[in-house]
Design a protein around this ligand. Structure first.
Ligand SMILES: Cc1cc2nc3c(=O)[nH]c(=O)nc-3n(C[C@H](O)[C@H](O)[C@H](O)COP(=O)(O)OP(=O)(O)OC[C@H]3O[C@@H](n4cnc5c(N)ncnc54)[C@H](O)[C@@H]3O)c2cc1C
Length: 380
């Protein structure tokens, strides 16, 4: 896929922002495990949260491919910042944009699209993420209110000072075939009974925001149902298809960042009287890293092209997520090796990529789940 002139201009703008504004400061946020509010505000002002949101909701009126282009450039420099944008749009905004009522869109989207507020999506529970249909959280109608009880695990952007809402999946009834009826319901931050646990201590993505959430007789108006009652799970699966392309773009950026850093370091660092980049053992590593990155980019471009053309892209999204997250993890391991001891120091970008890239193989559908989806599309 050839980037359009608009997408290329956006890519260059985000590249400059990532290199000039994010790169110099993010290491300290990461080490202190602080959320980078000032960078999020800048991304909001740049319109990044509103890229695929129509202008009537204060968005940029662009498309989802634009979001992916931005994510690749951010992921190249730092994954915490990139995932804050990815989750803010793909999990916070898209369920409302795709399935919300006009009233919900008018009320919530302008603040989300401008980055003044963040939204989260709570699907995963302690009892299971891949098997999302195993949801135990319940929502029962009591007059004109839903009463929600349960817990959600690992929810991104759910506990910042600017988080305005979390949309959660909950069992709202039993279907005629005995299966659970799962619906999506919007819960505003601060609703009584809605508790956000302290931040997790994570291996990576340390400047991003992740919490366990609990709901104890949380009452929200019946009109906070997002989309169609009983379609919450199906709605979320379609949101995840797009989200996989976004994560694939972010992962490609991470893989590229490892190539960038390794190339630079291999030219500078000397051992046995020569730059380590003059040794074929290092050159082969970087050549493999480059090959993985190119394949990852081709894969997300392929999925994005089909998505933008309105063609089926489920399999392509799964392939892109699988290939690119593997590329990020493999490149992070090789880049850390090239950096030697410095690669193990948190202040170095490759160390952050080493810690961060593992979750790319887990979040928004594990690699095994991607393989299940691909095999299903092959008729297995
Ligand atoms: C930092 C972070 C942020 C996150 N943000 C969010 C968020 O914002 N919203 C949200 O809802 N969730 C979020 N998650 C949750 C994430 O999506 C889940 O962790 C992920 O989907 C995997 O679910 P699980 O952890 O329950 O693992 P499990 O589903 O229990 O899987 C455990 C292992 O079993 C494998 N497995 C499961 N089923 C099969 C099978 N049929 N065949 C073969 N292997 C199988 C899996 O691939 C995995 O290797 C986040 C997680 C993290 C760590």
């Amino acid at each position: 896929m050839q980037l359009s002139d608009e997408h290329e201009a956006l890519r260059a703008t985000v590249e400059e922002f990532a290199q000039k504004e994010v790169a110099p400061v993010i290491g300290e946020y990461y080490i202190k495990e602080k959320f980078p509010y000032d960078l999020v505000a800048q991304m909001g002002e740049m319109g990044l949260f509103g890229l695929p949101v129509p202008e009537e909701y204060d968005g940029m009126g662009g498309d989802y491919v634009a979001l992916c282009v931005a994510l690749e450039e951010l992921g190249r420099v730092d994954q915490s910042v990139a995932i804050t944008l990815e989750a803010g749009v793909s999990l916070g905004i898209m369920p409302l944009l795709r399935f919300g009522s006009d009233e919900q869109k008018g009320r919530w989207l302008p603040d989300l699209a401008t980055g003044r507020h963040l939204g989260g999506f709570g699907l995963t529970e302690a009892g299971g993420g891949s098997d999302a249909g195993a949801t135990r959280t319940t929502a029962k109608l009591d007059g004109d209110h839903w009463v929600i009880n349960g817990t959600k695990a690992f929810i991104t952007n759910s506990g910042t000072d600017i988080t305005s809402l979390v949309t959660v999946t909950a069992v709202t009834d039993k279907q005629s075939d005995g299966k659970k009826e799962i619906s999506a319901i919007l819960v505003p931050s601060g609703t009584p009974g809605f508790t956000v646990a302290p931040s997790y201590s994570k291996v990576g993505w340390n400047a991003s925001d992740t919490h366990e959430l609990s709901f104890d007789d949380v009452r929200v108006p019946a009109e906070n149902l997002v989309g169609t009652r009983g379609r919450g799970y199906a709605q979320f699966l379609s949101i995840l298809d797009e989200g996989r392309v976004a994560i694939a773009a972010l992962s490609t950026g991470a893989a590229q960042g490892c190539v960038d850093e390794s190339l630079r370091y291999a030219r500078e660092r000397e051992a046995f009287g020569h730059a380590i980049g003059s040794y074929q053992g290092i050159q082969f590593k970087i050549a493999e890293m480059e090959a993985r990155t190119v394949c990852a980019r081709l894969a997300w471009h392929d999925a994005a092209e089909k998505m933008a053309a309105g063609q089926p892209f489920k399999k392509e999204a799964a392939v892109a997520k699988l290939v690119s997250s593997n590329a990020a993890m493999d490149n992070a391991r090789d880049a850390t090796q090239i950096f030697g001891g410095y690669g193990f120091m948190n202040e170095y970008p490759v160390a952050r990529h080493y810690r961060d890239s593992k979750i790319l193989e887990i979040g928004e559908g594990t690699s095994e789940v991607q393989k299940i989806l691909i095999a299903r599309h092959l008729g297995m």
